[in-house]
Ligand binder design. Structure first.
Ligand SMILES: Cc1cc2nc3c(=O)[nH]c(=O)nc-3n(C[C@H](O)[C@H](O)[C@H](O)COP(=O)(O)OP(=O)(O)OC[C@H]3O[C@@H](n4cnc5c(N)ncnc54)[C@H](O)[C@@H]3O)c2cc1C
Length: 556
């Protein structure tokens, strides 16, 4: 429970971010298997309490005390150590060991005997990120490196590292990273210049520079390097780079400096020079990028989920303030214009949450070998990464404004949220690159029919009245025709419009479906709002009552 309020500035520190979120429990219950929801609910509650209190406090401290790089010991020896603030280390313990966030897809954790489905992992991530964003990059890279290694790595290589990568003991845990970007090869990975030379002992020697490396002191990193004489992507292979060589000596690469970043300031991102570093080939030579795509896609989905969580935190804070802060003798929430503003934050936040669950369900089906699930997850991943990360920039910014002047002050969470939110659209593929990937998912991987059929099935199951059903159905058909045309004609300039439209129609149908299947009828109002404001033609000069979108169930 939050403490007694004193003074005129409401302080949300101490609220439980799970209980404060009116729809969370019903949605988690809807998307999770019944027994798993029952098992996880106390953990959701515990994480919600932590995220609204201790984790939030730690996140603020770590944000203001970024890591530093030590390159020399006091005895004069070279070293490559990142000094992390104790607040960050405490958060690492909570994420990796306390909740097993990096391991939960690979082994039993949190008292559950087997790996949990993606919906469970993302529900926990969604709560955690409401306090801390930066750390979830290393958490996700550890999880997705493990997935990629298991999928493509030689069994002996997997056996060597799997226990440490999935350890729930913080002191034996091995963290993961991904070194892909170079000065001349960012979006255009085909320009990778780092060289890989085979060694006599079966390992490889990597030489070159990686320009953006988050979690650069990780125990293991997946690295792209040019092993073949072929130009472009065909010459690039995937390697596992350990921090320590097989003989136990430090590997030959150096962190040259750390980046001074706008956001994710708690977590280190650096530049790395590889000096004939020992590394092991993962999978097939010349298929490095295709194989790493699995890790990239997993990171893209994680980014979409994190954007959804950041938006939810901004909404929860804004509602908390609006119910308590007074101006002109009224609380802010009584004011029609404020209610309209809150509604405009809430809808994109809830669209992102719905897409998170739909994509997680698709990924689960794909993991189980279902080819339709694979197509759905292939297209929904760039959809959520593209649109939710962009929406998070705006929603967190609007949340900052609801707190008024205090929102701009660094002792509140708003500034951190805004700074972190801007990164989601840049890393793991910029907005343009990810929108172009949506067109590729349609043109090359033929994912559109699967998405259209899935959305139509959800719609049929949503028990809408027939005019509403007809409107959603015709909008779905129009959007799919538009996106299909853009992909077939390779209209790159339309990629963002096509991706946005597909995201909006899918999330709107998902919201309508949730409204029918849970006790949350207001989610149908969100769905209608998305249709009216994002997809259907409308006259901006016709007055509408947008207040209706703000439900009474928001209990902050
Ligand atoms: C804090 C941070 C941490 C990072 N951590 C990592 C990490 O751990 N590992 C890693 O490998 N990378 C990491 N990155 C790198 C990140 O993924 C790249 O910065 C990103 O992919 C963009 O590459 P770039 O910077 O070279 O930009 P560029 O590729 O030069 O892009 C510049 C602009 O051109 C646009 N553009 C490029 N191609 C096209 C096109 N075909 N059509 C239209 N527009 C286009 C882009 O959208 C962008 O707006 C990190 C970046 C940041 C900021």
């Amino acid at each position: 429970m939050h403490p007694e309020l004193t003074g005129a500035i409401p302080d949300s520190r101490g609220i439980n971010l799970y209980r404060a979120d009116g729809d969370a429990a019903a949605l988690f219950r809807h998307y999770l298997p019944q027994d798993l929801f029952g098992h996880l609910e106390p953990h959701f509650d515990r994480l919600g309490a932590l995220a609204g209190d201790r984790l939030d406090e730690l996140a603020g401290v770590a944000d203001h005390n970024p890591p530093t790089l030590a390159v020399r010991r006091r005895t004069g020896e070279d070293c490559n150590r990142i000094e992390k603030h104790p607040a960050y280390v405490e958060m690492e313990r909570i994420a990796f060991a306390g909740f097993g966030l990096a391991a939960i897809s690979h082994r039993g954790a949190l008292g559950w005997p087997e790996p949990m489905p993606p919906v469970a992992k993302y529900a926990l991530t969604y709560l955690f990120v409401q306090a801390e964003f930066g750390l979830l990059c290393p958490v996700n890279m550890t999880d997705s490196l493990t997935r990629t290694l298991k999928r493509y790595g030689d069994p002996a290589l997997v056996a060597r590292f799997i226990d440490r990568l999935t350890s729930l003991d913080f002191d034996t845990l091995a963290q993961g990273a991904m070194f892909m970007t170079e000065q001349g090869a960012g979006s255009d990975i085909a320009a990778t210049a780092t060289r890989a030379e085979p060694r006599q002992d079966g390992a490889w020697a990597l030489t070159g520079e990686k320009w953006f490396c988050s979690n650069p002191d990780a125990d293991l990193a997946m690295v792209l390097a040019r092993s073949e004489t072929d130009a472009g992507l065909k010459g690039v292979s995937l390697f596992l780079l350990p921090q320590t060589r097989r003989d136990g000596s430090p590997n030959s690469y150096r962190i040259l400096r750390l980046k001074d970043k706008l956001g994710t300031r708690s977590m280190a991102s650096g530049e790395v020079r590889l000096e004939a570093a020992e590394a092991y080939l993962v999978g097939e030579r010349g298929r490095g990028f295709q194989q790493l795509s699995d890790m990239v896609n997993s990171s893209r989905l994680s980014n979409g989920v994190r954007a959804a969580g950041l938006m939810r935190r901004a909404v929860t804070e804004a509602l908390f303030i609006a119910r308590r802060r007074k101006a002109f003798g009224r609380t802010l929430i009584e004011m029609p214009l404020m209610r309209r503003q809150l509604g405009k934050m809430l809808v994109p936040a809830e669209q992102a949450r719905t897409m998170m669950f739909l994509t997680a369900q698709a990924l689960h089906r794909a993991n189980e070998g279902d080819p339709i699930g694979a197509k759905l997850s292939r297209i929904m991943t760039p959809l959520i990464k593209f649109r939710a990360c962009r929406d998070a920039r705006k929603v967190t910014g609007d949340g900052m404004e609801v707190r008024g002047g205090c929102g701009y002050i660094e002792e509140w969470s708003d500034a951190r949220l805004v700074r972190d939110a801007h990164l989601g659209s840049i890393w793991e593929g910029t907005s343009n690159i990810v929108a172009l990937d949506v067109l590729r998912a349609i043109a090359r991987d033929d994912c559109l029919p699967a998405l259209e059929r899935h959305a139509a099935a959800l719609l049929d199951d949503a028990a809408l009245d027939s005019p509403a059903h007809a409107l959603f159905t015709s909008t779905l058909a129009k959007v799919c025709a538009f996106a299909g045309r853009a992909a077939a004609e390779k209209s790159e300039a339309l990629a963002r419009e096509a991706a946005s439209a597909l995201y909006h129609v899918t999330s709107a149908i998902g919201l309508a479906h949730e409204a029918a299947k849970t006790q949350l009828p207001h989610r149908l109002a969100f769905a209608r709002h998305v249709l009216a404001h994002r997809l259907l033609p409308r006259d901006p000069l016709v007055a509408e009552n947008e207040e209706a979108v703000l439900p009474g169930s928001e209990i902050v």
